[in-house]
Structure formats: structure tokens, C-alpha cells
Design a protein around this ligand. Structure first.
Ligand SMILES: Nc1ncnc2c1ncn2[C@@H]1O[C@H](COP(=O)(O)OS(=O)(=O)O)[C@@H](OP(=O)(O)O)[C@H]1O
Ligand SMILES: Nc1ncnc2c1ncn2[C@@H]1O[C@H](COP(=O)(O)OP(=O)(O)O)[C@@H](O)[C@H]1O
Length: 275
């Protein structure tokens, strides 16, 4: 990557940065013919200027300017820093492929139970997983969010972004969240490489979830003590094309281990359990 320090406009330092016209993840050498110039400003320009010279054309590490200056205008002088150790290298180390298992369903449908059973099963095979459970994330990162539609959307957006980072780290990330809105789940799918977002729908009837009610929340919702409870007085939009659906077997429910095995088989078949 090459940075050419150049001019000063309106006392804002401006420079030009070479960026490959090919996607970042192509891992090919950048040649002078595939470079374009895009502008960068301010402190970042000075920093890049001191760090990069024309002699340092190196596709594996360095600054890549964001050509589209995406979203939001003003604060968009953002420069992607590329590292020579990439997802493929981490996957090689871990002997697995990073992905996101997105478990969606009503409260009480068994999301957390499946997430833990799957994490246990994969762990015993030497596979690195991390569970992002809605309840748990709401204790920290998302403790500022309520259950209004816009806050649920933000909850899912953040969890989707965190899951993406885990998956980029090579980890099999298991997100277990109600995620009641289709568009929010689809948005999480859209930020991941094709195939890496694996939606698991816990297709359990409301009456089964309500009968379980391990936290007593349905009872409170029915008594009017919780407003906007999913499935009671708030919507749940079932997936239309989930990769995996978990259903009752007649009146019975499969054991957590059997449910986990179904997901494990899918991962095996798609090659996620090897590098
Ligand atoms: N109003 C309302 N609606 C649904 N759920 C509620 C609500 N209030 C609290 N809870 C508890 O919060 C857990 C769901 O959090 P999530 O982050 O997964 O929800 S969401 O995806 O943002 O809809 C959920 O956990 P699970 O039972 O594990 O699903 C509930 O225990
Ligand atoms: N496959 C299953 N068979 C029987 N009970 C289950 C099963 N999965 C979950 N449960 C029980 O249902 C309740 C809700 O499960 P949980 O995993 O907490 O759901 P969620 O995370 O979707 O709210 C718990 O008491 C759990 O033990």
C-alpha cells in the first residue's frame, strides 16, 4: 500500500492513498496497475504519511482507504488497516472454519440449551466455539437497550457485528437470541461471507414454551406485568428459509444432545469442522 503525502486544503491535511481495485480478501499481490487513489484527511493522513513510502508496496499489510466513505458523511475518513495474518491463517491454526450459528426462537424454545449442548459437543472434538447469549449480552454490551422494536434491532445489529468478529477470528460463534424480526436477522446474514451465517430456527409451539416458562416471564406477561413480551403481545417473525429447523417429534422434544448433533452434522457436511 502506498501513501503519497501531498497538499493542504483549508488547513486540513489531505493526502492520497493507493488502494487495490480488487477485493481485500483476494490475497494477491498489488501491482502498480491495479492501484487507485482516494483521498484521506487530517491526522490519519499525517500518520500514514510517516509510515508508508512508495517503496513499501505490499498487499499483505498496510492501509487501504475506504473508497466509498460509507455511511454518515463527516466522520467517514476511515482507513482499513490490513494485517498479514488473515482469517485463513487463523483457520489453519484452529483446523476449523469460522462461522456464525444463529439460533432464533421464542423465549423458552430451547435456544440457550441447544447453544450449550452444541458448544459442549464441538469442544469435545477440539473445536473452538463462543456462545453469545441474548440474556448475557444484555448484562454488558447491550445493557442500555430495552425490548422496544428499535432497541431489539440495535441489540441484534451489535450481536451480529460481534459474531462477525468471532467468525473472522476463526471461531464457531453461536448466537442464541430471540431476534424476532426477519429483517434484523437478514441484516446479520448480509454482513457475513456466503454460507457463514447458519440460521437455526427453534420451531417450538408457543404453548410448549409457555408451559416451560423457566423464568416465570410468560406468567408475568399474561398478568400484564411485562409489556411487549415476544409471542404474547409482541411479534415473532418465523424464518422462511433457515438452514436448520428444530421441531417437536410429535408430542416429544428431542434431547439437547440430539438437537446439537443435527447442527454438528450440518457443519461437518459443509466443511466447517476442518480448515
Ligand atoms: N419483553 C420481552 N420479550 C422477550 N424476552 C424478554 C422480554 N423481557 C425480558 N426478556 C428476556 O430477555 C431475553 C431475550 O433477550 P434477546 O436479546 O434474545 O431478545 S431480542 O433478540 O432482542 O428480542 C429472554 O431470554 P430467553 O428466554 O433466553 O429467550 C427473556 O428472558
Ligand atoms: N430439548 C429439550 N427438551 C426438554 N426441555 C428442554 C429442551 N430444551 C430446553 N428445555 C428446557 O426448556 C426451558 C427453556 O430452555 P432455554 O434453553 O432456556 O430456552 P431459551 O434460551 O430459548 O429461552 C429450560 O428449562 C430447559 O431446560
Amino acid at each position: 500500500m502506498v501513501f503519497n503525502p501531498s497538499l493542504s486544503i483549508n488547513s486540513v491535511k489531505v493526502g492520497f492513498c493507493c488502494s487495490p481495485s480488487t477485493p481485500l480478501n483476494c490475497r494477491q499481490n498489488v501491482t502498480s496497475t491495479s492501484l487507485k487513489y482516494v483521498s484521506v484527511k487530517g491526522k490519519e493522513a499525517s500518520r500514514m504519511c510517516s509510515l508508508k513510502t512508495n517503496t513499501e508496496i505490499n498487499s499483505n499489510e498496510g492501509y487501504i482507504c475506504n473508497e466509498n466513505l460509507r455511511k454518515g458523511g463527516e466522520s467517514m475518513n476511515i482507513v482499513w488497516h490490513k494485517c498479514s495474518i488473515e482469517k485463513i491463517d487463523r483457520q489453519e491454526l484452529l483446523q476449523q472454519r469460522g462461522c456464525v450459528i444463529w439460533i432464533t426462537g421464542l423465549s423458552g424454545s430451547g435456544k440457550s440449551t441447544l447453544a450449550c449442548a452444541l458448544a459442549r459437543a464441538l469442544h469435545s472434538r477440539g473445536k473452538l466455539t463462543y456462545v453469545l447469549d441474548g440474556d448475557n449480552v444484555r448484562h454488558g454490551l447491550n445493557s442500555d437497550l430495552t425490548f422496544k422494536q428499535e432497541d431489539r434491532a440495535e441489540n441484534i445489529r451489535r450481536i451480529g457485528e460481534v459474531a462477525k468478529l468471532f467468525s473472522d477470528a476463526g471461531v464457531i460463534c453461536i448466537a442464541s437470541v430471540i431476534s424476532p424480526y426477519r429483517k434484523d436477522r437478514d441484516a446479520c446474514r448480509s454482513i457475513l461471507p456466503d454460507g457463514d451465517f447458519i440460521e437455526v430456527f427453534m420451531d417450538m409451539p408457543l404453548h410448549v414454551c409457555e408451559a416451560r416458562d423457566p423464568k416465570g416471564l410468560y406468567k408475568l406477561a399474561r398478568a400484564g406485568k411485562i409489556e411487549g413480551f415476544t409471542g404474547v403481545d409482541d411479534p415473532y417473525e418465523a424464518p422462511l428459509n433457515s438452514e436448520i429447523t428444530i421441531q417437536m417429534d410429535g408430542e416429544a422434544c428431542s434431547s439437547p444432545e440430539v438437537m446439537a448433533e443435527k447442527v454438528e452434522c450440518y457443519l461437518d457436511a459443509k466443511g466447517y469442522l476442518q480448515a
